[in-house]
Design a binder for this molecule. Structure first.
Ligand SMILES: [Zn+2]
Length: 124
């Protein structure tokens, strides 16, 4: 039985990360920025969706400390941030900083390293 979600198409998000770019999904006809799970445009209904470069700027929503890891790249404990990108979509990603000084609404920016990325606070 084949997986209906898996495809041979390159994952635009990971292709962008390899270039040091954070990508968002965007509607080709109306250019609306869409959530990462979108399969069609929620503004105009078009199925023509493409990847485009995001600014990397975001607003911190919250930070959670993880005490268990399932990947060697993130030895526990590590922090995960929920952010709202400047373009609108929400994203979960590793956070570099201190849990104690993180707060909702804090300006953060994506930083790239070894094909991955994390968010870190920036001056307002
Ligand atoms: Zn659209």
């Amino acid at each position: 039985m084949s997986n209906p979600i898996a495809t041979d198409e390159p994952d635009g998000f990971r292709v962008g990360l390899a270039r040091g770019e954070l990508m968002v999904m965007s509607c080709s006809p109306c250019e609306a920025v869409l959530d990462y799970s979108a399969r069609y445009c929620t503004v105009c209904g078009s199925p023509e969706i493409r990847w485009r470069k995001a600014s990397g700027k975001a607003e911190l929503r919250c930070v959670v400390e993880m005490s268990v890891s399932y990947t060697l790249e993130l030895p526990p404990p590590f922090l995960i941030a929920s952010v709202k990108l400047e373009e609108g979509p929400h994203l979960l990603a590793p956070y570099i900083g201190f849990w104690e000084s993180a707060y909702g609404g804090q300006p953060v920016a994506a930083q790239f390293e070894n094909g991955g990325f994390h968010f870190r606070s920036v001056a307002a």
